[in-house]
Design a protein around this ligand. Structure first.
Ligand code: UDX
Length: 438
């Protein structure tokens, strides 16, 4: 049955969730303090690149099931469920997550909350946050035990809407049967479709998300550590990943070696887990995550080493970095390995040109020291070395005969190029995690 809900905070997570909830038939009010964002949303533009999202946003606006407001008003009182989707970024000056946006969201909602309504946190948080927010909510509302649940979101950028509508599993952390019943109702279409539905306590639901991202980051850094060994022993990490991946207990996903992981989630989430475990007195349990982070960052240094081995001093050399986004089909440049490499090359004296099909707008203001080029063929002109850092389709399918750099030298940072083809076109090709004979 259609329910009335609000979705608080319309960033990546909130916008996608609001659209997904409207699509399954609920009446959704999106709450976002930033008026500019609302102006864009009401015109059917999410404000970030996510395949299919703008189209679905427009469809849901047209359906009348999705509206936006800058702040709660009396209409929020009609809602049965309030989903909180605000950001929890890394705190300035520490590894811990900053949960202040959640606290503000709770404070702003409290005057409009019905006692039988449910508040559901979806943001990624340090374990123990939900219990604290429940206390804050009790104080702000005067309710003895307000209904608060946690429902972590596992969506990936690039497939966000699909992941929201057809998740691998739904996890809800609850403290009472009413909360569970309301969540079963709101997710009924997904539960009916057979999606696994796990009911836990608050702490477990919070920790599931941190654990999932830590595991994924560990898998990537594991294969990148093997790549480091492969590089000095002549082995091939890409073939190695394929071989171990056939073991079902290991699996072949998230074993692509290269310049490593980035984005708005994995890097900050492993750091937040380290910080929280230390606060809880069990820092040792995840101290290995420091290494996971370090292995990841070392891959960027490796690219600079390969560049200097080939070019000597980078001073005065023009280096083209293919990609700025942290992964393809996204315009997100947060903690992007590609951008990290561009900045390291620049710090080593190179003149750096960055190309990306869609993400350059996020780089221009923050990094005026980088030269940005939107035209791929033009980007190659005068270039001494090319680094493929984000595996956009444009780069995977690029005909090497159509580009004319000054020196034909490319480093495949994602192991996606057809090496023989590039070599036939006259390029010297190096890659991470394997030794290529040129
Ligand atoms: C991740 C989680 O997958 C998602 O479940 C969670 O909700 C948010 O964080 P996302 O940040 O969108 O999603 O990206 P993801 O597809 O996980 O990739 C993360 C990074 O790892 C990217 O930089 C990607 O290039 C890199 N990666 C991924 C590898 O280097 N090797 C791999 O094998 C897989």
């Amino acid at each position: 049955m259609a329910m009335k809900i609000t979705v608080i905070g319309l960033g990546y997570l909130g916008t996608t969730h609001a659209v997904a909830m409207a699509k399954v038939g609920h009446q959704v009010i999106g709450i976002e303090p930033n008026q500019q964002k609302i102006d864009s949303l009401v015109q059917g533009r999410a404000g970030f690149f996510e395949p299919g999202l703008d189209q679905e946003l427009a469809a849901q606006l047209a359906s009348g099931r999705l509206t936006f407001k800058q702040a709660h008003d009396e209409s929020s009182r009609d809602a049965d469920i309030h989903f909180i989707c605000v950001g929890t970024p890394q705190s300035a000056g520490s590894m811990a997550a900053d949960t202040s946006y959640l606290e503000s969201a709770i404070q702003a909602l409290a005057p409009f909350l019905r006692e039988d309504a449910l508040v559901v946190g979806k943001s990624t948080v340090p374990v123990g946050t939900a219990a604290k927010l429940a206390q804050q909510l009790a104080k702000a509302t005067g309710f003895t035990s307000p209904n608060l649940a946690w429902n972590p979101e596992f969506l990936r950028e690039g497939t966000a809407l699909e992941d929201s509508l057809h998740p691998d599993r739904l996890v809800i952390g609850v403290t009472n049967p009413r909360s569970e019943a309301l969540l079963r109702e709101v997710f009924a279409p997904m539960i009916d479709a057979g999606i696994p539905f796990l009911v836990t306590d608050l702490a477990t639901a919070e920790l599931v998300k941190a654990a999932a991202n830590a595991f994924l980051a560990t898998k990537i850094s594991f294969i990148n550590a093997m790549a480091e060994i492969a590089e000095v022993s002549g082995a091939d990490a890409t073939e190695l990943a394929q071989a171990i991946g056939y073991d079902e207990r290991i699996g072949n996903k998230f074993l692509r070696n290269g310049v490593g992981f980035g984005g708005g989630c994995l890097p900050k989430d492993i750091r937040a887990l380290i910080a929280r475990a230390e606060e809880l007195g069990v820092g040792e349990s995840v101290s290995y995550l420091h290494e996971i982070d370090k292995i990841n960052l070392r891959r960027r240094d490796r690219v600079i080493t390969l560049l200097t081995e080939e070019l000597g001093s980078l001073s005065g050399k023009r280096v083209l970095v293919l990609g700025a986004a942290f992964k393809p089909d996204s315009d997100d440049v947060r903690d992007s390995p590609a951008l990290g490499i561009a900045l390291l090359a620049r710090a080593a004296g190179a003149e750096v040109v960055v190309h990306d099909p869609i993400a350059l707008h996020g780089v221009a203001v923050k990094h005026p020291e980088l030269e940005l080029e939107q035209d791929l063929a033009k980007a190659f002109i005068g270039i001494h070395a090319v680094v493929l850092a984000t595996e956009w389709k444009e780069y995977r399918e690029l005909d090497p005969n159509t580009v004319t750099p000054k020196e034909k030298f490319i480093i495949d940072g994602r192991n996606v190029l057809d090496v023989a083809r590039w070599q036939q076109a006259g390029f010297k090709v190096l890659a991470l995690g394997r030794t290529i004979t040129n």
